[in-house]
Design a protein around this ligand. Sequence first.
Ligand SMILES: [Ca+2]
Ligand SMILES: [Ca+2]
Ligand SMILES: [Ca+2]
Length: 396
Amino acid sequence: MNLKYLKNNRILFYSLSLLPLIIPMSLVGEVTPEDGDWSEKTIVMVNTPETALMARTGDIDNLGFGWPNGFNPFSGNNTPSHPYPWNADPLDPPGTDKIMVPSSYVGTPPSGRDGYTTFTSRPENLPEAITISYDIPEFEEIEVSSAAMQLFVDDFQAPVWGSSFQVTLNERRAPFLEEILNGLRQTGPIGKLITVQVPSDFLDVFSSGKVELFIDDPVTGAGDGYAIDFVKILINPVGFSQTATVTGIIRDQRTQTPLMGAVVSVGSSASEPTDETGFFRLPDVPAGLTVLTITCPGYNTSMLKVETIAEKEIDVNFSVSLASPSLKVRPMAEGYVIALEGALTAKYTLWSSEDLEEWSALGEMEQIAPGCFEYIVSSPFFDEGSGQRFYRVLAE
Ligand SMILES: [Ca+2]
Ligand SMILES: [Ca+2]
Ligand SMILES: [Ca+2]
């Protein structure tokens, strides 16, 4: 009885998982000015509409399943779910279009395992690095001033199975990619485009003409398999073919007051500084999952993950926290000026102490220009006591 139940269940599973194959797929490779021939397994192009140099590893083919009719993988939409496991194409570059299961998985996952883990085995499903090479003669002429990466990723489920992916680029940990991958819930399995701006301290990796991307969870033992359709690098990008618009209000985290002077940006695209209503509008956001940067004088720079669909507008609200300002001391004839650069709408109170233990408030600092605060301390006051005095500010 038990066996029969299992057997039927199994049949149901397979017939369900074959369903997506009935959806018409566009299996004929596309050719676009941004990406060239989608069926190319590796490709490097210069001066595309998006960027000075584009390098891609992996064909754009939804892991070999093809895209549903009218589906654009750069639109930000999730793919419909697809069957698994599947037979890997030996001609696909290492690390693409195959199921990979974290190296720490040894059959005793802490929070269960997904279908990718259950229906594949070692050593075939061990994680593999994806290498993107673009050391062509034209690259020598390009000075790398910015870079972006696009990854089409499938079935990352860290919040579900307790995985914690580590990502390296040329063997260097890349937290900006880990942060985004470990937030994904791609149960389905479904695929999605991620676009990330490369932080400036990682540009040297991209100046070498060869980037080796390795994704693995070497620690938790989680049963969270995943797959990657392609990885695309854009050197000195100027824009993206599929974009959305993000609007919203930026507020102070503590007071929820709308903030003036906040700028939201992604890559080379930035919003106008917000007015007193805190409202921003940022067009040209790459469709899919991406990370926006929010800066506001006197506040900590923050990152905001957004998921968008091409040609659509989404509204988000976000709060930022006050940064602790650093004090600058400027001597003058009769004493000195203690100055700081802070937030337009914040209040800063100056405190002093002789021993770092007992603090007393001197008073509120005066805003003498937008975001510039000062407090004048007279010489006699300074010369009192031991001669050593410490200052700090309280922001509110
Ligand atoms: Ca393929
Ligand atoms: Ca998974
Ligand atoms: Ca592929």
